[in-house]
Ligand binder design. Structure first.
Ligand SMILES: [Mg+2]
Length: 196
């Protein structure tokens, strides 16, 4: 590891092996498949688009998802918070293992005084860490992109995080499983990127 001052970890597919997760979720809740497809399409439509804050992000998100689900935004929000995300957290804890490199790498960062942030495009990031056996307090900040105002690869996410951590983007390493989101966010702000 070079002399990075901050490491920003993606969560899903990076800190744990995500293979098979979508299929397991469908098998556990087959009647929800259309809603899951609506959620995925909505998320894709908002990729990298900055909405300024949490409220604007979620207003747009649930309105678009509701249109695809043929229901109200309130119903879409209830499904997301009461069924979809709890199911995802449960399936991760049950079936998706923590990546082997994570614990030694965290220990190395701690030893070298490198700050660590988890940045997820999803909410429930702390619940996911806990179910993977990772104490959220290991990290300097665990944050969900929607709470800041938009999804990766919006460069604003990097700006907010690096400012809060007091580190220049050039001194940051982003670790993620997606080049088009994690990698692109790093490139747009002059940070380094490592794909897992
Ligand atoms: Mg990921």
């Amino acid at each position: 590891m070079k002399n990075y001052k901050l490491v920003i970890f993606d969560l899903d597919g990076t800190l744990y092996d995500k293979r098979g997760l979508s299929l397991r979720m469908v098998l556990h809740a087959p009647l929800d498949i259309r809603n899951m497809q609506a959620e995925r399409a909505t998320r894709a439509s908002l990729k990298g688009i900055w909405q300024d804050d949490e409220k604007h992000f979620y207003d747009t998100y649930f309105q678009r998802m509701a249109a695809r689900m043929h229901c109200s935004a309130t119903v879409a929000e209830q499904w997301y918070n009461q069924r979809y995300m709890p199911l995802m957290v449960k399936m991760i804890g049950k079936y998706q293992p923590l990546s082997e490199w994570v614990m030694p790498f965290i220990a190395e960062c701690k030893e070298k005084g490198v700050k660590m942030v988890v940045l997820s495009d999803y909410e429930y990031a702390e619940e996911k860490l806990r179910t993977l056996g990772l104490n959220p307090e290991l990290f300097d900040w665990v944050v969900s992109a929607p709470l800041l105002g938009g999804l990766k690869p919006a460069p604003e996410l990097m700006h907010i995080i690096t400012e809060r951590m007091g580190v220049a983007p050039q001194d940051c390493l982003v670790i993620g499983d997606r080049d088009d989101t994690d990698g692109e966010m790093a490139r747009r702000t002059g940070a380094q990127f490592r794909k897992v």
